[in-house]
Design a protein around this ligand. Structure first.
Ligand SMILES: [Zn+2]
Length: 120
């Protein structure tokens, strides 16, 4: 798994850690969510918020200094999964997710975020 730095476009190993190239770490809520969306797992692609093509497009936007156009729905999903993982752990979180319309999708998001947070 790797993450594209939302400040300079270089790869970094973890979404929430400081970038080795520009030394910046996501600090605002919106930067944290963007960093999570810009993470990519080659082994388990179903966990990713965006596909490899989109990831490269976003990387180009960062490098060119243009704004990253993340689909608002994707942003909301990432935000919801992230806040749920942060505020709840284990069975409680799964109970929360079971109320959401696409439980399978959301559980994979949950796993993805949990992996991100545990390795950070
Ligand atoms: Zn960077």
């Amino acid at each position: 798994m790797f993450s594209v730095c939302i400040y300079c476009g270089e790869n970094k190993p973890e979404a929430l850690e400081a970038c080795e190239t520009c030394l910046k770490a996501p600090d605002s809520h919106s930067d944290v969510i963007h960093s999570i969306i810009m993470s990519y797992c080659e082994q388990e692609t179903y966990l990713n918020f965006i596909c490899a093509d989109e990831l490269e497009q976003f990387r180009q936007s960062v490098i060119n200094g243009s704004p990253i156009k993340i689909n608002p729905g994707t942003f909301r999903e990432a935000e919801e999964a992230y806040s749920a993982v942060k505020s709840m752990r284990g069975p409680q979180a799964l109970k929360h997710f079971s109320k959401i319309s696409h439980p399978v999708m959301v559980v994979t998001l949950f796993v993805f975020i949990a992996v991100l947070l545990m390795s950070a």
